[in-house]
Design a protein around this ligand. Structure first.
Ligand SMILES: Cc1cc2nc3c(=O)[nH]c(=O)nc-3n(C[C@H](O)[C@H](O)[C@H](O)COP(=O)(O)OP(=O)(O)OC[C@H]3O[C@@H](n4cnc5c(N)ncnc54)[C@H](O)[C@@H]3O)c2cc1C
Length: 429
């Protein structure tokens, strides 16, 4: 079969892969379409995994993503792509099969960052959470009633998992090297509100605490964790929530600009080769893609946000079908939501790097507020805790590059609480 007859291949059959394939069909692509995914499941939604699935309100297999368009596609599920030959236009699968493609959409997302390699095997009872099978395994382990759950990392997934564990009435400790949870995402000034919510919910939050290693019982199951600064804690269930690494290992020999921070793309979502030139016919979208974002000075950024995966997949699909001289730049205002400890958090823009944060509505003390982040006199992000009414207005101001703080004089807004946001130093590794 010639590459042209082979049609478009989408590698990574999850949110970005599915929405990208649907966008291709919606925009008139009628040729052959194949989705290759290493998981055995049809695309499913990840946000409920750390929330409703862990707390037992939803089964892991109840998270299937709706199909919005009749795809008429071939599905190669349970098939890991292990190599890409761009010259021959062939994709190699772990089974040994080689498949000819014409154009490629890479949507292989990210994986949970594992616990760093140790000399011996890790004890059992240590989990990560990225996929549906991880969530099902963790849910079963929680249902047994561990004596204490230790969560390593107070980022979004660590906090949501802690909240779900408390909903189940389980004793929970969260250990994080930063002064508060969500310090890297929102800064410790806002993160302090999450510390209060955690403590009110009965979570033992250990700030400035790094876990160094584990001890196992006679059956090889984790029974203790040791802290780097001394001391230990008894636990028989650990959730390692150390963030994610992009799934680009399979592209190692493909001559593309790819590493664990993502597959570098140009503004049109075209993958870049090792010399920084767009690779013909290869596009990327979702968590795996690192693209220059005009709103943030053209910085090449990869997001781990649901909204970006859907929007970027649609954009990449559009450009895949467009002529060479009609490639449009991807403009994106990052946003995410989270629900934890009874609070709905919504964030627009990138707060990281802000020099000031101002509460413009509600109050941190009431745990219900809208806060706006500024950097060098410009509004760059806003976050709401159960107070999202004005968020779209701030999103517009962020996109417009408005001065900080914007929207002064609105009837129900005033700045009562302003100061440094308290972001930790960038990670050394
Ligand atoms: C537990 C959890 C909770 C979340 N909650 C929120 C939330 O509340 N709000 C929010 O905005 N975002 C949330 N997110 C983030 C959001 O789910 C992701 O941004 C989104 O799933 C990204 O979609 P994707 O398709 O780019 O990548 P992924 O969903 O990671 O999918 C990539 C797919 O490609 C497959 N794959 C990888 N390598 C290969 C290969 N070599 N060959 C074939 N297939 C491969 C993977 O197995 C996977 O199925 C959450 C994520 C997780 C894990």
């Amino acid at each position: 079969m010639s590459a042209a007859e082979a049609g478009i291949f989408v590698v990574g059959a999850s949110l970005a892969g599915l929405r990208g394939a649907e966008a291709l069909r919606r925009q008139g692509y009628a040729g052959p379409l194949t989705l290759v995914g290493d998981e055995p499941h049809l695309p499913y939604d990840r946000p409920p995994l750390s929330k409703h699935v862990l707390s037992g309100e939803l089964d892991a297999d109840g998270t299937a993503l709706p199909h919005l368009v009749a795809l008429d596609a071939q599905w190669r599920l349970g098939s890991k792509a292990v190599g890409l030959d761009r010259v021959a236009k062939r994709l190699r699968l772990a089974s040994g099969d080689e498949l000819a493609y014409d154009r490629l959409l890479i949507a292989t997302g990210a994986q949970a960052r594992p616990w760093p390699a140790t000399d011996g095997p890790l004890p059992s009872g240590i989990h990560t959470l990225r996929g549906r099978d991880d969530a099902a395994a963790l849910r079963s382990a929680l249902a047994v009633g561990p004596n204490r759950v230790l969560i390593i990392g107070g980022g979004l997934i660590g906090c949501e998992a802690a909240s779900s564990c408390r909903d189940l009435g389980l004793p929970v400790t969260v250990a994080d090297p930063n002064p508060t949870p969500l310090a890297r995402v929102l800064g410790s000034s806002i993160g302090a509100v999450i510390t209060e919510r955690m403590q009110a919910a009965g979570v033992d939050f250990r700030a400035g605490t790094q876990v160094e290693g584990f001890e196992a019982d006679a059956a090889g199951r984790v029974c203790k964790a040791r802290f780097a600064k001394g001391g230990e804690i008894e636990t028989n269930l650990v959730i390692v929530a150390l963030g994610a690494t992009r799934d680009t290992a399979w592209l190692e020999a493909a001559g593309l600009m790819a590493d664990e921070t993502g597959l570098a793309c140009d503004g049109a979502c075209r993958a870049l080769d090792a010399r920084g030139r767009p690779a013909p016919g290869i596009y990327a979208a979702g968590d795996v893609a690192r693209t220059p974002i005009p709103l943030y000075g053209g910085r090449s950024l990869a997001f781990e946000h649901w909204g970006n995966a859907t929007a970027q997949a649609g954009h990449a699909a559009r450009n895949m079908l467009a002529a060479e001289d009609d490639q449009r730049e991807y403009h994106h205002l990052p946003s995410f939501w989270s629900s934890q400890f009874g609070v709905n958090i919504k964030c627009v823009g990138l707060a990281e790097g802000a020099d000031t944060v101002a509460v413009v509505q509600g109050s941190r003390a009431a745990h219900r507020f809208l806060a706006v982040y500024g950097r060098e006199g410009r509004t760059i992000a806003a976050v709401s805790f159960d107070e999202a009414r004005w968020l779209p207005a701030y999103a517009e101001r962020i996109e417009a590059g408005a001065a900080f703080p914007p929207i002064l004089g609105a009837t129900d807004q005033s700045i009562k609480d302003t100061g440094p946001p308290g972001f930790p130093e960038p990670r050394s590794r």
